[in-house]
Design a protein around this ligand. Structure first.
Ligand code: PGA
Ligand code: ZN
Length: 403
């Protein structure tokens, strides 16, 4: 029933106005799945390769599509993904592009779910998945590679850990985002938005901490549940490997590795951070391990550029105690099966697996289903903006059993 009869590939627009790969998978019994690849800006050095969409599509049409059509079953995700890997023949999808691979992989999953008449999260998670919902981390102020002339820390995240429902959490993040705008206006700091819809004012990190902290407590008082604070430092973008220092341009401060560890550990305590992503360079497992040792009992230290959703890198991290959480971005590794393997390895070793969007997105909402299917404690989706709300609204629908 789920035999793949056709795979169509095309270029569509992403949220940055770039082109990206969209895939349609059709099956024998009329099943249909459509998915599009997201795209990063602060990409990790060890991510699978994203090729220019035109090239990725041409290569996938030549190498992968003929092996799938009439051969693979869309309901058998591991088979589809193994065929994509074999068709590509490299470890990092440098032939067909991780963008073609992930679009086809996710479209096949949706086609498989369609044939079953089941929502995607149920197809991916199975009958015995847990019954929890991920808390959305809302990017409310940001800079780094996502906006010019803004904060050095890439993302200041609202984390509505006390929200009684996904919908409450989603609206709380939007309220923090709106309150940040009010506070910026009061301070005479006009701000546009960065790639993920976060405010991107020309302020330094210290001022951003003050504003987000204040906005979170204002909204906390309004909604009556706890709103925590999280960060994506994206420290690989701050790190100068030759100087062995982290350079914070907005304040002119730079820190060596020990100072960076101290700085982040102090921030964890000062702001009760519940989540800290990429606080150190993507090659520095030892520094990650030192920080995790110091604060890992009270916050999540999450590897994004560090692990790139890659089980080999995660295994090294586990052996060295480098973190206690991993960020899961299917396009960093190329297929849903690989992403599931990383989630499983994380779980077996007591690591939290947090599902995430990219800075370049489409209206594709696969990650909402992936997060629910795998009982992710958190999902990164941004707070506002059409390509972000596509995921947030899908989470609300899943919670409402309206898929
Ligand atoms: P990216 O940023 O999608 O530009 O890599 C998101 C992140 O670093 O988490
Ligand atoms: Zn990140």
């Amino acid at each position: 029933m789920t035999l793949v009869t056709e795979v169509r590939l095309r270029e569509v627009l992403d949220s940055r106005g770039n082109s990206t790969v969209e895939a349609d998978v059709l099956t024998e019994s009329g099943g249909f799945g459509r998915a599009a690849a997201p795209s990063g800006a602060s990409t990790g050095e060890y991510e699978a390769i994203e090729r220019p969409p035109g090239e990725a599509i041409a290569e996938a049409r030549e190498r992968a599509v003929p092996r799938l059509v009439g051969e693979a079953y869309a309901g058998n995700q591991r088979e589809v993904d193994a065929i994509l890997r074999a068709a590509d023949g490299t470890d990092d999808f440098s032939e067909i592009g991780a963008n073609s691979a992930v679009a086809i992989s996710m479209a096949a999953a949706k086609a498989g779910a369609d044939v079953l008449g089941a929502p995607l999260f149920q197809h991916l998670g199975g009958t015995f998945r847990g019954n929890s919902f991920p808390i959305p981390l809302g990017n409310v102020v940001g800079g780094g590679e996502h906006a010019a002339d803004a904060t050095d820390i890439q993302e200041f995240l609202a984390a509505p850990v006390g929200a009684p429902s996904v919908a409450d959490a989603v609206f709380a993040n939007a309220a923090v985002h709106a309150t940040v705008a009010d506070l910026l206006e009061e301070r005479g700091e006009p701000a546009g938005k960065g790639d993920e819809g976060a405010w991107a004012p020309s302020i330094d990190d210290g001022e951003a901490f003050e504003i987000v902290d204040e906005a979170a407590s204002i909204v906390e008082d309004e909604v009556g549940f706890e709103i925590g604070f999280g960060l994506d430092v994206a420290a690989a973008e701050l790190y100068d490997a030759d100087a062995e220092r982290y350079a914070y341009e907005s304040t002119g401060v730079d820190r060596d590795t020990d100072e960076q560890i101290d700085y982040v550990a102090e921030l964890v305590d000062e702001y009760d951070l519940v989540y800290v992503e990429d606080p150190l360079d993507e090659n520095d497992y030892d520094a990650f391990a030192d920080l995790t040792d110091r604060v890992g009992d009270r916050t999540l230290i999450c590897g994004d550029d560090l692990f790139v959703t890659n089980t080999e890198r995660l295994r090294d991290g586990i052996d060295r105690g480098a973190a206690n959480a991993i960020l899961i971005k299917p396009n960093q590794i190329g297929t849903l099966s690989d992403a599931f393997d990383a989630i499983e390895l994380a779980r077996e070793n007591g690591y939290a697996a947090v599902v995430s969007h990219r800075s370049g997105e489409t209206e594709d909402a696969t990650i909402a289903h992936l997060a629910v299917a795998t009982d992710a404690p958190f999902i990164k989706t941004g707070a506002v903006g059409g390509e972000r709300t596509a995921k947030l609204n899908e989470l609300i629908r899943i919670e409402d059993d309206a898929i």
